[in-house]
Design a protein. Structure first.
Length: 486
């Protein structure tokens, strides 16, 4: 068992469960951060309230002492009044005796100006505040104030049991137990609310995603029924305008492309079978006639017919194989620097002209370079020349020129031309605009389709440009910089 298998076993596979888990995790992080902030804020506010309460008690005690009244022991907060020259406390209350029941004096008497901000109190470990907090020895914050007995007068000092030159100090202890109790209660409430909130968030997310994915499930069920032989199903596009609408539209577009591709494939197979049947039928008929009447057969003529039909079959098979290779979008061979002007000039000189009078010229001399495969460029240009030679009346003209960042090559013939409505149809496979033309001299109907595919393979375009006389095919290719030294 690999290290990832346990994780895969426990990690949910459903998108709904994963989304709910992710939402709950994110909410947990946010709630923990908020809970920590609330915890600290509640504790700080509660401590502030305890300090204000202790301060009120301090001023109350100060007023009583200045009036010569010994404070009573009943108090909300612990306090103690001590004086110089006395070993026992002047007064105490609010549970101060519980800090050290064995002594009469807990806090130090004043010995000079100033007072401590916090003291360590020896606490009785058996004492319980009644709020669930067991006090133990620790450091508590106290607030103090000093009163000089001489300012009170002799009668008031005597009533308090201190000498006239003594200094009284009032201690009020700030106890954090109330703040801690409030904070603990708040923490428990936050924990319970947080757990309930996480469950609700996870459940709401789960069912919300479930509802949101219903159109996706419908799309999945419908697309599962689509087959390569029958890709006519279409997805219902939701009218909500959100991402699912875009998904459904994209799927319908993809299915439409599949449908179009399947239709083209069926048409291509039918056309290829039709094209193959014609020469095969001619070849088979001539051979059967020759075999049926061997003594009356002109065998050289029969062999010539068989060779002609075989060459036609061979050309058709080569065109079909080339189209199949181009349809696979196989990566082109290592690109070379090709001079299209030199290639056009060479083909003009070597091209076999038909028996009828026909002039083939190349009017360009300036180099025009493009990256690509020389053999494929030659096949492209030769297909354009074959098409022009079949339709030209007297003249074929090739022009190559450089235009900014592209090379433009045109093949113009003075034939009957192509109707504007058929300007794109001539590039379809097995298309012949002249149905009355002999198939033996009309080609396979794949030349222009192969030429356009080769142009696209080299990141170029091949179009039929409007002309008043004849047909003009224009090839545009990315221009390559001329080699160094030229």
């Amino acid at each position: 068992m690999t290290a990832t298998e346990p994780r895969r076993r426990w990690w949910p596979r459903s998108v709904r469960a994963r989304t709910a888990l992710a939402a709950a995790t994110a909410a947990a992080v946010v709630l923990v951060a908020i809970g920590w902030w609330v915890h600290r804020e509640v504790y700080r506010q509660s401590i502030g309230v305890a300090q204000e309460q202790a301060l009120d008690q301090l001023w109350s005690l100060q007023d009583q002492l200045k009036g010569g009244v010994v404070p009573v022991q009943t108090s909300v907060v612990p306090y103690e009044v001590v004086a110089t020259g006395r070993r026992a406390a002047v007064a105490y209350g609010g549970g101060m005796a519980d800090f050290d029941p064995g002594t009469r004096h807990v806090l130090p008497a004043p010995s000079g100006p100033g007072a401590p901000d916090s003291v360590r109190l020896p606490v009785n470990p058996d004492y319980n505040s009644g709020l669930g907090l067991s006090l133990a020895g620790g450091t508590y914050r106290v607030i103090t104030t000093d009163i000089r007995a001489g300012e009170l007068g002799g009668d008031k000092a005597a009533a308090l049991g201190v000498s006239a030159d003594a200094t009284l100090r009032v201690y009020v202890v700030v106890l954090p137990r109330t703040a801690e109790a409030i904070t603990r209660t708040t923490d428990r409430l936050l924990l319970r609310a947080g757990l309930v909130g996480l469950v609700l968030i996870a459940a709401a997310t789960y069912f919300a995603v479930r509802v949101a994915l219903r159109p996706v499930e419908a799309i999945r069920v419908l697309t599962a029924s689509v087959t390569a032989s029958d890709p006519r199903e279409r997805v219902t596009v939701p009218a909500t305008g959100h991402e699912l609408t875009a998904l459904a539209t994209t799927l319908n577009t993809t299915l439409q492309r599949l449908d179009d591709a399947a239709a083209r494939q069926r048409r291509f197979v039918a056309d290829a079978a039709h094209e193959l049947r014609s020469p095969l039928t001619t070849l088979l008929a001539s051979l059967e006639v020759a075999l049926a009447y061997p003594e009356r057969t002109d065998w050289p003529a029969a062999a010539t017919t068989a060779a002609r039909q075989t060459r036609r079959l061979q050309a058709l098979a080569e065109d079909l194989l080339l189209l199949a290779r181009l349809d696979t979008r196989a990566p082109a061979a290592d690109a070379e620097l090709v001079d299209l002007t030199a290639l056009a000039t060479r083909l003009t000189e070597q091209y076999p002209l038909p028996e009828r009078p026909l002039t083939l010229t190349c009017d360009s001399t300036a180099p025009a370079h493009a990256h690509g495969n020389p053999d494929e460029y030659e096949r492209l240009l030769r297909n354009l020349l074959d098409n022009a030679a079949r339709h030209a009346a007297h003249r074929i003209q090739i022009t190559v020129r450089n235009e900014d960042d592209r090379v433009v090559l045109t093949v113009h013939d003075d034939g009957p031309g192509v109707p504007a409505e058929d300007a794109e149809r001539v590039f379809e496979r097995f298309v012949r605009l002249d149905d009355a033309r002999s198939r033996d001299h009309g080609g396979t109907g794949l030349g222009l389709a192969i030429a356009r595919d080769l142009a696209h393979r080299h990141r170029g375009t091949l179009t039929l440009t409007p002309q008043t006389l004849g047909a003009c095919f224009q090839l545009c290719l990315p221009r390559a910089p001329a080699p160094a030294g030229r």
